[in-house]
Write a protein that binds this ligand. Structure first.
Ligand code: SF4
Length: 381
């Protein structure tokens, strides 16, 4: 089982908080689609022998492409790889791109899951974030997607936004619940140096909410969504039963994936590969039959750390037997007293050979993982 990720590096405008790789210059968009087709051919052996279960168009803003352009890429993938009988095929989309006729066309080319970047249902907040849509467009895009028979819709919401009070945040959550999506992803806003917000923060024009505010908003989110029947299956992700994101879950389970397009990442079980984050250089390299990627061979320690970091964020936790079998790493023996402390503090349980963080533990998942892997493993083998 493996997945394919396609990075579409174009956006209509730059959101004030965003540090993903994208360009607002779409002049070379057709060339880029051709180049992704060529990269598919160049990378046809990267995940050799694996059946592709999930395909994910991310970005940037993949919904800027026409259904025909997306269809060309999908067709190249289908012609090159072995695709599972019912793959999950997700398109990240912004509300301002989703009109009914386009949604119907996306459905007809095989897109069966939408991840809509709503972020907020509050017009003032959307303006502050410099999103290209307003609250009315957000709700309308969702309704049109339902009318076009999309049965698996995820929406993104953002919290810890400077100036967003708890009341607005709670109203956002309630609005999201009222739409009844199958999945909600929610991330706290982080202020990155090279963004507009980074500049404003340096000039003291805005202040990031402190960790306590961010944690309080996260807890409200968890409580409200669990009450509404969502399963909190990963720190930032919630789903109705059987609607977990298969693509993202495969990352957290350590499965292989191929990333296509500028700045996309790949993982083949032993190394990580990162394509160059520059459209011009990407195009030039692919046109010369070369995939412009840096490769990092993962050490045993890297693999253990990844396993802990991703597993502990999920509801299924880190499988201790697999850690022992795959990496000869006996977590209970090495960190027994610390794990006992986590269990006594109601932050973790050991169940079914897995270390699973409780609801309170998962709020501290990254720190707990770091405590578990900040050790020189080589001396503990
Ligand atoms: S649309 Fe998404 S990728 Fe593009 S700038 Fe906004 S947050 Fe970043």
């Amino acid at each position: 089982m493996a997945g394919i990720y396609i990075h579409i590096p174009f956006c209509k405008q730059a959101c004030h908080y965003c540090d993903f790789y994208f360009s607002t210059n779409t002049a070379r968009r057709t060339e880029l689609i051709d180049a992704i087709g060529k990269e598919i051919a160049l990378q046809k052996n990267y995940i050799r022998g694996e059946e592709i279960n999930t395909i994910y168009f991310g970005g940037g803003t993949p919904s800027l492409l026409t259904p025909e352009e997306i269809g060309v890429i999908l067709n190249d993938i289908h012609c090159t790889f072995t695709i599972a009988p019912s793959p999950e095929i997700t398109l990240e989309a912004n509300p301002d791109d989703l009109v009914f006729a386009k949604l119907l066309a996306l459905k007809s080319i095989g897109i069966n899951r939408l991840s809509i970047g709503i972020q907020s249902f509050d017009d003032d907040i959307l303006k502050f974030l410099n999103r290209a849509h307003n609250a009315g467009m957000a709700a309308k895009s969702y309704e049109d997607a339902r009318a076009a028979s999309f049965e698996n819709i995820s929406i993104d919401l953002m919290y810890a936004i400077p100036g967003q009070d708890h009341k607005v945040w709670k109203k956002n959550i309630q609005k999201a619940i009222s739409l009844n999506p199958e999945h909600i992803s929610s991330y706290s806003l982080t202020i990155e140096n090279k963004t507009v917000f980074g500049k404003w923060a340096a000039q003291k024009k805005i202040t990031a909410p402190d960790d306590d505010i961010s944690a309080a908003e996260h807890i409200v989110l968890i409580d409200e969504l669990e009450q509404a029947g969502f399963e909190h299956y990963e720190v930032s992700n919630f789903s109705k039963p059987s609607f977990m994101s298969k693509h993202n879950s495969s990352y957290w389970k350590g499965e292989k994936y191929l990333g296509l397009g500028p700045s996309a990442h790949s993982f083949d079980g032993t190394s990580r590969q990162s394509n160059i984050s520059n459209n011009r250089l990407y195009l030039a390299a692919i046109q010369s039959d070369h995939v412009p990627a840096s490769i990092e061979i993962l050490s045993r320690e890297d693999k253990i750390n990844d396993w802990l970091l991703t597993g502990l964020r999920t509801a299924w936790g880190t499988n201790l037997a697999d850690l022992l079998k795959n990496y000869q790493f006996d977590l209970l023996q090495i960190h027994g007293p610390y794990i006992r402390q986590l269990i006594d503090s109601n932050l973790a349980v050991v169940s079914d050979q897995s270390l699973i963080l409780t609801k309170s533990g998962r709020l501290l998942a990254d720190k707990i993982a770091a405590d578990l892997f900040a050790t020189d493993y080589s001396s503990k083998r």
